[in-house]
Design a binder for this molecule. Sequence first.
Ligand code: SAM
Length: 270
Amino acid sequence: MSEPRLITSLTNDTVKAVRALHMRKEREATGRFLAEGLKFIGEALDQGRTPTLLMVGMEARPHPLLDRAMAETRAAGGEVVTVTHPILEKISRRDNPQTVLGVFDQTFVKLADIDPASAPCWVALEQVRDPGNLGTIIRTADSAGCGGVILIGDCVDPYSVEAVRATMGSVFAVSIARCTAEAFLEWRASWPGSVIGTRLDATHGYRDAPVQAPALILMGNEQAGLTDTLAAACDVNVKIPMRGRADSLNLAVATGVMVYAVTDGIAAGA
Ligand code: SAM
C-alpha cells in the first residue's frame, strides 16, 4: 500500500476545502460534511459509509480501526492524507483537535421514502435553531431506537460541525429528512400510527395519551414552541409537567423525555 500524501502547508487547497466545510454555503455547494475523531469514523464504517477524504494527523497512534478506515477509504475511491498538528488545529478550530478527520457525503432521505413501520417511533422538529440541540436530539433518537428525525421548515443544518459533534456518531445511524411545513402536513395525512404534538398548553399528560405505533412525535422551536398549524395536525398534544419555577424544558431534554416515554409505552404494550 502506498504512503499517504503528506500535507504540511496551511494554505494547501485540500486543507482550505476542508476548512470551508464550517460554512453552510460550502456544505450545501459540495454536499459534504466534516466528522472528527476515530469513533465517528468507526460509526460511519459500521453503517457502510466511507469518507471521501480521510485526514490522519502525523501523531495519530496505530489502531486497528485506523487501518480499517484507511483501507476502506481507499477501496471506495477516497483519498487518505497525512497532515501536521497545526493543520488539524486550524481545521477543527480547537487547541486539542482529534487526530483523525473524515469528509463524508451528506445523506437526506425523502419523506416519500420513509417506511414508518421500520421503527416504533420517529421525531419531527419544527424550526429547530440550535445545532447542539439538534445533534443531541439525533443522538437521543438513535439511543431510543427511533427511525429518524424530520426537519420541518427553516432548521439549523444537521451537518454543521457543531451539530455533528453533538450527535457523537449517531448522525450516521438514523435517517434525516427535511421538508416544508406544507409538505409535512400532506405526508403526515397518511401516517399509519399516532402523531403526538408537544405543547405547554396541552391538557393531556405525556404518559397518558393513547399511542399507536409507529409514533411520530412533533417538537417545537426553542423560542416559539410548536405552531398552532402543526399542533392542530396532531392526533393529540401532550405536556410534560413543569413542577418548579421553570416554564419549559430545553428542547433536547423534552425530546429525550418524550421518545423514551413513547418507546417504553409501545414496548410495554407489545
Ligand atoms: N416558549 C416556548 C413555548 O411556549 O412553547 C417554549 C418552547 S420549548 C423551550 C421548546 C420545545 O420543547 C417545545 O415546543 C416543546 O416541543 C418542547 N417542550 C419543552 N417543555 C415542554 C413541556 N413541559 N411539555 C411538552 N413539551 C415541552
